[in-house]
Design a protein around this ligand. Structure first.
Ligand code: AMP
Length: 395
């Protein structure tokens, strides 16, 4: 399968529906982090330079099919206008006021932004009526929203399918994501270290099993490491474990053994009696956690051991924080992974979600080979699943 890319479309004078992932954190109308917006600028600029008439669409949050001002794309429109130095026309209800009317009057230096796609039930349901309303006046389709490519929604699957493959292409960001993640999925060089963290083993079971097929070392952290430690017979105190999912851990060990993958578990921890940002905490001597305490981050010996493996690897993939990194007291484990990755001479990829925030917090994102903008999408891609939004963009 080959990806259809932007250079395959002649966009001059054409109305192009551009699906972006502008799902940025907003509080009281203020954008807290505009990374996702700036990441889409090269595609927007290229299409504008080539004379396209742009209709930009995105979701924001989870308004579940109803209009909720809190999730309006209005602040995003203002930011786009500022960054692109152009007029952004926000269309609130394109089911009632079809886009083709606006397209006829669209002047130079103006772009259309559709209000939050998820204000309409038809988006997530991929209803044919909603697809029809999105298709009004549209000639071509470009998808640059890698973060939602694992969802078969109206704007990611319904619309491109209705237009036909020869009218669709991947944007620059989508192509970059797929190239970087494919190079890890298909061509990772050994030693290949996968750093897995986050809350639950059960959430990431599929991707862990898929990665075991390729990696040489699996470095476990975050809450999920405590289920592994418990399975191995260590004392974990009141750490978060998934006691009913021990057979998943057993399956991981069995597969890892068959593939000769080394599983590394924390050797020490930062522990506290409370799940709190400010409660007192201490470092354990060794792997065991005393009764009444919970593990909230990997300890200094583990940080050093993991950094050593990462530095020597030819490929490193990181997904999920090593501790409750949102709280300063428990951020060090994740920061040490981020910094060790900058000292690795091989390919270094952060696979989306909270680890991206951690890499940004450490200020190292620009020193890594690739930092994915898609959380769930990057995990599903690495698991080997064909993403429905990507399938529509392949020949
Ligand atoms: P995930 O979405 O599965 O990648 O999980 C990320 C979340 O796991 C973050 O919000 C972390 O605060 C949380 N987390 C990481 N380590 C721990 C831990 N030891 N105990 C509880 N929560 C944790």
């Amino acid at each position: 399968m080959t990806l259809r890319t932007l250079d395959m479309l002649d966009v001059k004078g054409k109305a192009v529906f551009l699906r972006l992932d502008l799902n940025v954190p907003i509080e009281n109308g203020i954008i807290l982090d505009d990374t996702r917006i700036t990441a889409t600028l090269p595609t927007i600029q290229k299409l504008l330079d080539e004379g396209a008439k742009l209709v930009i669409a995105s979701h924001l949050g989870r308004p579940k099919g109803t209009v909720d001002k809190k999730y309006s794309l209005e602040p995003v429109g203002a930011k786009l206008a500022e960054l692109l130095q152009c007029e952004v026309i926000l269309i609130s209800d394109y089911e009632k006021e079809p886009v083709d009317q606006f397209l006829q009057r669209l002047g130079k230096g103006e772009i259309i932004l559709l209000e939050n796609l998820r204000f309409h039930k038809g988006e997530e349901a991929n209803s044919s009526e909603f697809v029809e309303s999105l298709a009004k006046g549209i000639d071509l389709y470009v998808n640059d929203a890698f973060g939602t490519a694992h969802r078969a929604h109206a704007s990611t699957v319904g619309l491109p399918e209705s237009l036909g493959k020869n009218k669709c292409a991947a944007g620059l960001l989508m192509a970059k994501e797929l190239k970087a993640l494919s190079s890890v999925r298909e061509g990772a060089r050994a030693p290949y270290a996968v750093v897995m963290g986050g809350s639950k083993v059960s959430d990431k079971m599929g991707v862990i099993l898929a990665l075991i097929e390729q990696c040489t070392d699996l470095l476990m952290g975050g809450a999920m490491a405590y289920s592994f430690l418990k399975y191995k017979g260590s004392r974990v105190g009141i750490s978060r474990t998934e006691d009913d999912k021990m057979m998943l851990v057993e399956t991981i060990y069995r597969n890892a053994e068959a593939r000769r993958v080394r599983i590394h578990l924390p050797q020490d921890h930062l522990i506290s009696k409370e799940f709190s940002a400010t409660a007192p905490f201490k470092v354990t001597e060794g792997v065991d956690i005393e009764d009444g305490y919970m593990g909230l981050d990997i300890g200094p010996k583990t940080r050093e051991a993991y950094a050593k493996i990462i530095r020597k690897a030819q490929t490193v993939l990181w997904n999920g924080p090593m501790g409750v990194f949102e709280w300063k007291n428990y951020a060090e484990g994740s920061m040490s992974i981020a910094h060790a990755m900058t000292e690795c001479r091989g390919t270094t990829v952060v696979g989306g979600g909270d680890s991206v925030s951690a890499a940004n917090m450490a200020g190292v994102a620009s020193q890594l080979s690739h930092v994915s903008t898609g959380g769930g999408a990057s995990l599903e891609f690495l698991e080997g699943i064909v993403l429905p939004g990507v399938r529509c963009l392949e020949e």
